[in-house]
Design a protein around this ligand. Sequence first.
Ligand SMILES: [Ca+2]
Ligand SMILES: [Ca+2]
Length: 104
Amino acid sequence: MADGRGASLFVDDGGLAFDDANTDLIVIDDGLVPTAVQVSLPDPDVNDSRQVTATDLGLVSVLSGTRVGDPFYDPDRDPSGDGRIDQLDEDIVRDHLGLSIPSP
Ligand SMILES: [Ca+2]
Ligand SMILES: [Ca+2]
């Protein structure tokens, strides 16, 4: 998106705002040197059904309280990608309930 001063911002996410990798690339181009920044975006579609539903919320909720290193921790059910499954992750899914994610 241009800011009116010749700078631009691109988000290259391979066509999806939410993807399996939980990371996306932002390119900031000031007209001189483009700079790429890797960012993490939440992925509320934890079962990759391309819809965010109560099923996703249940899959996250059942593992709430687990973290990296715990036997039941599952990174696919950690929408924030911070290594802990907690209320924040449930809130991310809840905030996106009903969202449909287009096919790539
Ligand atoms: Ca889903
Ligand atoms: Ca988390």
